[in-house]
Design a protein around this ligand. Structure first.
Ligand code: GTP
Ligand code: MG
Length: 185
């Protein structure tokens, strides 16, 4: 009998990058969300923000991918490490139309740096429909210390885009399991 495997993937990145949207578009189950009405400066940007985590799953036969989204806000950063325990890969989503998106990628990858020597990383640049991305070189440069890290423009609301990004990560972790995902494209 084939061994069932559970793969834990983390999605992190700043407020409004599209982490909750991404988990909702990828998950086979209704995602678990912990969004609450935003207070403070976040309320000027969006109505609700994640305070603990998002959770969704993708069933791939004998493999189950467990997706955990972190809160974007820095004040909940204690959750980032708790959620990352045992994770096999990290997706960082960056909101391209923010004031300093390259700086955001630096600070979010720095926060996970202690895990990134053993945990593959990929990067999704969102909101490029609002502000065209042009070259992604500046983003690539930030993550070059971890080797050939995939950096794609994605829309967090698009299952197709998010599947592609997830596949680029899983291709590094478990190349065999991405076949069923290809049929979702
Ligand atoms: N225009 C545009 N909107 C997007 C994109 N990705 C996500 N959104 C929207 O951006 C808003 C914020 O998305 P969320 O998924 O709540 O962001 P989050 O990263 O979970 O944010 P926090 O939980 O507050 O950290 C939602 O209205 C999404 O529908 C994108 O690529 N382009
Ligand atoms: Mg969220």
């Amino acid at each position: 009998m084939k061994q069932e495997t559970n793969l834990k993937i983390i999605i992190s990145g700043p407020v409004g990058a599209g982490k909750s949207s991404a988990i909702a578009s990828l998950s086979d189950i209704k995602p678990v969300v912990t969004d609450v009405k935003a207070s403070d400066e976040v309320s000027q940007m969006k109505e609700a923000t994640t305070v603990a985590m998002d959770y969704g799953t993708i069933n791939l036969g004998e493999h189950t991918i467990h997706l955990y989204g972190t809160p974007g806000q820095q004040r909940f950063d204690f959750m980032w490490d708790i959620l990352s325990e045992g994770a096999l890969g990290l997706i960082v989503l960056i909101k391209h139309d923010s004031p300093d998106p390259v700086g955001d990628l630096k600070s979010y990858t720095d926060a996970f740096a202690h895990r990134l020597d053993s945990m593959p990383l990929c990067v999704g640049i969102t909101h490029t429909d609002k502000k065209p991305a042009g070259s992604l070189n500046d983003y690539h440069e930030v993550v070059s210390r971890w080797g050939n890290v995939p950096v794609f423009t994605v829309d967090g609301r698009s299952k197709k885009d998010m599947n592609l990004l997830l596949m680029s990560l899983l291709g590094v972790i478990e190349p065999d399991i991405i076949k069923p995902l290809v049929s979702n494209l």
